[in-house]
Design a protein around this ligand. Sequence first.
Ligand SMILES: [Zn+2]
Length: 102
Amino acid sequence: MNIFLRTVKEFVYEEVCSHLLVVGELKGDCFNCKEIGIDYLTAKNCPKCKTEFKYISYRSSFGNKDSNFLNIVKRRPDLIYIEFVDLVKLKGKKQAEEFFSQ
Ligand SMILES: [Zn+2]
C-alpha cells in the first residue's frame, strides 16, 4: 500500500528558490522571476526565465488542508513538494540577518 508521509530533508536555500513553482488559487508562479499565470499541472520550465522546475509549493498552505497538498503531490510526482510556510520563515530570517549585518 502506497501512502504519503511528510518528511524533512536538508536543502540548499538558493537552489530551492531558483527552481520553485508556487501554486496559487488557479495558476502557478515562478519563485525565481515572479512570472505569474503558469499552468502548474504541465509546466516543466518557466516561460519567462526558463528555469527548470524541480520543486513545487502551495501558497495557501497557511492553515493548509491535507487534501490540497495531496492533490498537488499526486498531480506532479516529478517535483519535490516544499512546505511554503517553511520557506517564508527562512526568507524572513535571512532578510533580518542581512539587514543586521550591514
Ligand atoms: Zn521564472
